[in-house]
Ligand binder design. Structure first.
Ligand code: SF4
Length: 434
């Protein structure tokens, strides 16, 4: 009996989870199995997460979107977070990362896993302080490993660990003089722990122990980029690339051990550097799936960072990123509320879909063609049915209906409607404007 999807795939076995993913992706099961075996696709699916409907992340599959949620010191209402989760799933999120940092995180995590059909990810270092009720500097390497085991037992499908920075990174960050040092929350905690204790990064030093836990439950590793650039000036610098080299090495170790792994990526990256970043990752990490945050293509739009990030996400997806972590308008400003979450998800569903079309994912454009046909015959109900957000589309049209409702045009052009004029002209009908 094989313990992980990767081990099964390497042994030539198509698991029931692979069958589900192959059907969702309209892909041949054997092709999918070979991609999983090669480490180019992961199926994050903890054996304890029984409510999951498995999804694949990686080469030749649809781009997936992750939504970050969870309690914080200022927002501790479990019910409102669960409501945000349910809404995120309804809006099409394929994954939820529970980044809770306050209250009884285990209650929330277990409820989430019990009820969610989507992939659930966590960052165990956040929870270590809460679970062990110790300040960061008092935590031991064993405490971190115990938290990872706890999350694995609870059914978490993938965990982010920042294994790529080492004590050498401390000197590098001090000498290299980045504008924004480390902006990854988990990365900064690992850096601070190393600085305070004088020890090596426990997620690097005890990587083999972590692999053992992950294998037991089939937890996928998401190898976090502690040095992801936090501004355009720090993009693609030596800190980022040096860490990526190590992440690539760790991904290979995970693969050899039979544990699925993906790589986390930037961050803030100017538009013209995104393709290069995707190609460097592909080459250094042997094609392991790339999970990117944004990337944000400018630093000057707080309040609109779902847009700056979705632009980067679409381009990253087109050039090879497989998994996009959403960004909301509240990025850099506050914990997102329900409206921010919705705006972030919609921006990233658009980015992911645009990337899928550009990558030539089979059938990705079908829905666009159906929309075009509905527009051509001015069939508004059919247009709503194709829309990513039908409710919003309907409410905009109906709140601003044309003065003379011909049931066909909208108030943008009224009787000057190009579609109406062309339809009538081509059918040799009289075109009334006045
Ligand atoms: S009125 Fe203008 S915007 Fe509206 S459907 Fe016709 S052409 Fe399109």
């Amino acid at each position: 009996m094989f313990m992980t999807q990767l081990e099964s795939a390497v042994a030539g076995v198509v698991t029931k989870e692979m069958k589900v993913v192959a059907e969702k992706e309209r892909m041949d099961e054997e092709v999918l199995r070979s991609l999983v075996a090669a480490g180019k696709v992961v199926i994050p699916c903890n054996k304890q997460h029984t409510s999951i409907s498995p999804e694949g992340i990686g080469k030749r599959l649809r781009t997936k979107v992750n939504v970050n949620l969870g309690t914080s010191k200022d927002v501790t209402d479990y019910d409102s977070e669960i409501e945000k989760v349910n809404r995120a799933i309804r809006l099409g999120a394929e994954s939820i990362m529970d980044l809770s940092t306050h209250g009884d995180t285990r209650i929330f995590r277990r409820k989430l896993i019990e009820t969610s059909p989507v992939m659930i990810g966590t960052v165990p270092i956040y929870d270590s302080v809460i679970h062990h009720q110790k300040d960061l500097g008092e935590l031991t390497a064993q405490d971190f490993l115990d938290t990872i085991r706890l999350h694995a037992q609870d059914g978490v499908d993938f965990i982010t660990i920042h294994s790529g920075i080492t004590r050498k990174t401390i000197d590098q960050i001090k000498n290299h003089k980045r504008l924004l040092n480390i902006v990854s929350r988990g990365g900064s905690l690992v850096f601070a722990w190393m600085s305070m204790t004088g020890h090596e990064n426990p997620f690097y030093e005890y990587f083999d122990e972590i692999l053992k836990i992950c294998k037991e439950y089939d937890v996928t590793l998401s190898l976090g980029d502690a040095c992801r650039p936090g501004c355009l000036a720090d993009a693609t610098d030596v800190c980022q690339i040096e860490e990526l080299v190590r992440l690539g090495e760790l991904a290979k170790r995970a693969k050899q051990y039979g544990v699925q792994a993906m790589i986390e990526g930037p961050g803030h990256v100017p538009l013209h550097q995104i393709q290069m970043n995707m190609e460097i990752q592909e080459s250094l990490c042997d094609g392991a799936p790339f999970y990117v945050l944004g990337p944000l293509v400018t630093d000057i739009a707080p309040g609109y960072d779902h847009i700056t990030a979705a632009i980067g996400g679409a381009v990253a997806g087109m050039y090879g990123a497989s998994f996009l972590c959403y960004v909301t308008p509240a990025e850099h400003l506050a914990l997102p509320n329900a409206d921010d979450v919705k705006d972030g998800i919609m921006a990233f569903k658009i980015a992911a879909h645009a990337a899928d079309i550009a990558r030539g994912i089979p059938n990705a454009r079908d829905i666009d063609d159906t929309m075009a046909k509905a527009r051509q015959v001015l069939d508004w109900e059919a247009q709503y049915a194709c829309a990513l957000d039908p409710e919003r589309a309907r409410s905009i049209r109906e709140s601003r209906a044309p003065e003379e409702d011909h049931g066909e045009t909208c108030s943008m052009c009224g009787k000057f409607c190009a579609v109406r004029s062309m339809n009538k002209a081509l059918q040799e009908e009289y075109i009334d404007i006045l």
